[in-house]
Design a binder for this molecule. Structure first.
Ligand code: NGQ
Ligand code: ZN
Length: 458
């Protein structure tokens, strides 16, 4: 089935072009013609950019957004006390709840401008810590949520075995995450087989972090999985950097650079705390830094050194991680603002080649995001998934704007209300800024939340 689109103005890999005709079949772009003429059967839109890949998601955490914004009994909160709140919450979730929350998060992502997502999926066991009859049950629930919503999915089953460096046993709050290498292998194999030929689906692996996986087992995983994306959390918190140094004498990213053969298959999530040598090493490795600016700000992680990383030609993508807020524009704005506050300059991440800050940010996040998800996404070009954001050209905020000024206005002065429609994998999934299954997804989600919060645990 072929669908054709006609965009008066669209952002293509070589810049903004006028009168762009796009032919799509089976969700993938077949042909792009510029300076074309419109055919009456085309779906015509004024202003279109590619949808943004989201490189890092824990879908279930959307449900606790807003529930951890109050001071705990110790009088100081940090990342680790937030993690306790998160562990308590996930202990109560059943498989149906997890699917409903994931569908809600993915529908929201699509409305927010993300058309594909890397799900860093570590909830494998039941609430009592048993394996499901099918150990891949919860992986399949995320695949089902992606089907319901139409978002592209790179599923990253997580290997998790310990609570700190050197194989310290997991805590009871971590029991739902734990597998051995064989069970993990079984899960990966099951989902790989299930998505085998599906466009917009990919399976990778995610050793959770150097805290949660022993160096020995990480090495075995790397030997066993010779293709597909690899995601890992690293150096998000100073305590983790210190623990790593006292355990092995190296910092987490330093250890990965020396021992894990980092390359373009890798996405190193957060990588917040880096030395100048690590910045250059990570950039040269061709791995993607998975930056999650709103979550990192919310959790008090620190500021990623984007300016020197950019000077070293480092690659990066955007993740919404805990989904404290879902907004593609807002993530890019937070990334730029953190650099402005830190460097006391403006337009910190623009270049003389592309002086538009949002233009520079968007281009980098599209290509880094696509690399991290290991999918042909993030470009309006033949062979790529047909993922388009239709911006609201009639909104007064965009009046008189053209080209990169549209992006600058959307990212710095606007937000998700400027996204009018979203086409994902060739299907119109958002119209009038609303997901097509909003009502059903909201009803299911609300039921889950009322039941869970009604239990009085929060
Ligand atoms: C996660 N989230 O896996 O959900 C982590 C917290 C951990 C972030 N790092 C748990 N933002 O790192 O141990
Ligand atoms: Zn994470």
């Amino acid at each position: 089935m072929t669908r054709t689109f006609f965009f008066d103005s669209a952002l293509l890999p070589d810049g903004w072009r006028r009168n762009v005709r796009v032919e799509v079949s089976a969700g993938v772009i077949d042909r792009v013609s510029v300076d074309a003429s419109v055919d009456p059967r085309d779906r015509r839109e004024a202003l279109v950019v590619p949808g943004l890949p989201n490189v890092h998601s824990h879908a279930f955490q959307r449900a606790i957004a807003g529930l951890a914004e109050r001071l705990g009994p110790h009088g100081t909160d940090d990342f680790w006390s937030w993690r306790e709140v998160m562990y308590r919450f996930l202990g109560e979730l059943e498989a149906d709840d997890i699917e409903a929350i994931a569908a809600y998060a993915y529908a929201d992502m699509l409305e927010a401008g993300f058309t594909s997502v890397g799900e860093f999926h570590y909830l494998h066991r039941t609430s009592t810590g048993a394996l499901y009859d099918d150990p891949a049950e919860l992986s399949f629930r995320h695949l089902a949520a992606a089907e319901t919503t139409g978002i592209g999915l790179t599923l990253l089953p997580v290997f998790y075995e310990s609570s700190n460096f050197g194989g310290v046993p997991p805590t009871s709050g971590q029991r739902r995450f734990i597998t051995d290498l064989d069970t993990f292998g079984h899960i990966v194999q099951r989902v790989r087989k299930a998505v085998a030929d599906s466009p917009g689906r990919r399976v990778g692996i995610a050793p959770h972090s150097l805290r949660a996986v022993t160096f020995e087992h990480l090495t075995q995983l790397l030997d066993r999985y010779q293709d597909g994306p690899i995601h890992i959390h690293a150096a998000e918190q100073l305590r983790e950097v210190e623990d790593c140094r006292s355990f092995c004498g190296l910092r987490p990213v330093e250890w990965l650079l020396r021992n894990a053969r980092l390359d373009s298959r890798w996405c190193v999530v957060h990588a917040t705390h880096l030395t100048p040598q690590e910045i250059v090493g990570l950039a040269r490795s061709a791995a993607v830094a998975g930056l999650c600016p709103l979550t990192e700000a919310n959790l008090g992680d620190g500021i990623f050194p984007s300016i020197p990383f950019r000077s070293a030609a480092g690659r990066w993508g955007i993740g919404s991680d805990s989904h404290i807020q879902l907004t593609a524009a807002g993530e890019l704005r937070q990334l730029e603002y953190s650099q402005r506050l830190h460097s006391r300059t403006r337009n910190a991440l623009a270049t003389l080649d592309r002086p538009s800050t949002a233009g520079s940010l968007y281009e980098a996040a599209l290509s880094g995001g696509a690399q991290a998800l290991a999918q042909r996404v993030g470009a309006i070009a033949p062979g790529y998934r047909a993922d388009f954001l239709v911006l609201d050209d009639m909104h007064p905020d965009l009046a008189g704007r053209t080209g990169d000024t549209v992006l600058d206005t959307w990212v710095f002065a606007g937000d998700r209300h400027l996204i009018r429609a979203v086409i994902a994998g060739g299907q119109t999934v958002v119209e009038a800024s609303r997901h097509r299954h909003r009502e059903r997804i909201d009803t299911d989600y609300r039921r889950v939340m009322v039941r869970l919060l009604g239990m009085g645990q929060h």
